[in-house]
Write a protein that binds this ligand. Sequence first.
Ligand code: HPA
Length: 270
Amino acid sequence: MLQKINEAADYLKRQFAAQPKAGIILGTGLGGLVDEIDIRKSIDYKDIPHFPLSTVEGHSGRMILGTIGGVEIMAMQGRFHYYEGYTMQQVTFPVRVMKRCGIDTLFVSNASGGLNPDFRVGDIMVITDHINMFGTNPLIGPNLKEFGPRFPDMSEVYSKRLIGRAFEIAASEGISLKSGCYVGTTGPTFETPSEYKMFRVLGGDAVGMSTVPEVIVAHHSGMEVFGISIITDSGVPGEIVEVSHEEVQKVAAAAEPLMTRVIKELVAGL
Ligand code: HPA
């Protein structure tokens, strides 16, 4: 595993013009951030040693090297979901590669179903904490001590510093942000009304099918993490309507420009 991570990282490092500072996973809602990147190089996942290939509709698979506001970044266009059949190790492989490339800050985004009754469809939620409901953990197995400890502390996974900055940026740009706890589940089914209710009772504000594995691995290796989620549908009793991938993509696309502005400023300020 370590050797594969190193081979992928060595391949990417040869493509750098300068040391990247931040890693970005361009999940749902951040696709438009690509337009803010001064792209120097775009590398197909298939050309990176040992990289999984992405399959799901609406996601492509490329690693983008470039700058945002003068800050060197490395961005994943297309991520790997557990529901696609990848192992947890495959889902989180790129994050380990980023760490090996010297990256210390990770930005992630996703789409989610709202559980908090104060949220509206189209709202943007800064992730302040998560609940891992995948029923597994990407750190199960021999611990890679080169990355972090066997039993990682999880008391502050999402950087309070970056969350604070995000709210400052949003306030100065007149963008309204929510904040809350993201529940990560396997999917690919959306939730039944009873499941939405259960996740709310457990303490969640939003539920989705990604992010938690990558964030666990990033945090394990000491990376500072910032996560943001677009509420694309409601799981609040009385508000639940039929939901589809197309609807999720449509709502996410509408919220994308605001989310992009916040992340762009956050990265530029690193
Ligand atoms: N549940 C799970 N994942 C999601 C949802 C949802 O309601 N919306 C977007 N991703």
